[in-house]
Design a protein around this ligand. Structure first.
Ligand code: MG
Length: 187
């Protein structure tokens, strides 16, 4: 029997946000995820320093010391035996499209080095996730869960905690709080 197609997001689903660490380093602060409820952590950088912040953003690989979300690797390895897994991730930074080429390479390298059991042929790098058609999709960003997907899961992250279960249910989406929970539902 053909395996079901499972689409998994990358940032804030497999790896923790790269922006928190970068913002803290730039502003010499020690913010934690609890300090943010908006998706764009970089909004905290004062307007007059934003250009400088983004100019330095891609100078070194922001994924070189990023943390994996707890249980992501083990869970994806188990899931890969049962599902046909595709990683789908946007690489074009909305405010620095001309500097985003490196992001494609950084993410690709991270995935092949840390997830050797996934097929690089099944990495999809697009910001237009509404074109995706699949059985299941897991993503932390609500707007990304708009494609032709039978089962949609919102992966809990600092910026999406305020959506109620009822609100999500109306959009045909179920919240999952951890990779452990993903495995309990899908395996
Ligand atoms: Mg994400």
């Amino acid at each position: 029997m053909q395996k079901k197609k499972l689409i998994v997001d990358f940032d804030d689903t497999i790896v923790e946000s790269i922006f928190l660490q970068r913002v803290n380093r730039f502003l010499k602060t020690s913010y934690t995820f609890d300090n943010f409820t908006n998706y764009y952590i970089d909004d905290i950088v004062p307007i007059d320093k934003r250009n400088e912040f983004f100019d330095s953003f891609c100078d070194t690989n922001p994924y070189s010391d990023v943390k994996l979300v707890d249980g992501a690797r083990e869970s994806l390895e188990k899931l890969s035996k049962v599902y046909d897994i595709y990683i789908c991730s946007g690489c074009v930074m909305y405010n620095m499209p001309n500097k985003s080429a490196q992001i494609f390479a950084y993410k690709y390298e991270f995935l092949i080095n840390n997830f050797p059991f996934l097929s690089p042929q099944k990495f999809i790098f697009t910001n237009s996730k509404e074109i995706i058609s699949a059985d299941i999709m897991i993503d932390d960003y609500l707007s990304n869960l708009k494609g032709n997907i039978k089962q949609k899961f919102l992966f809990t992250s600092y910026h999406n905690k305020n959506f109620s279960d009822k609100e999500l249910e109306e959009k045909g989406i179920k919240r999952v709080n951890s990779w452990k929970e993903v495995c309990q539902i899908l395996l």
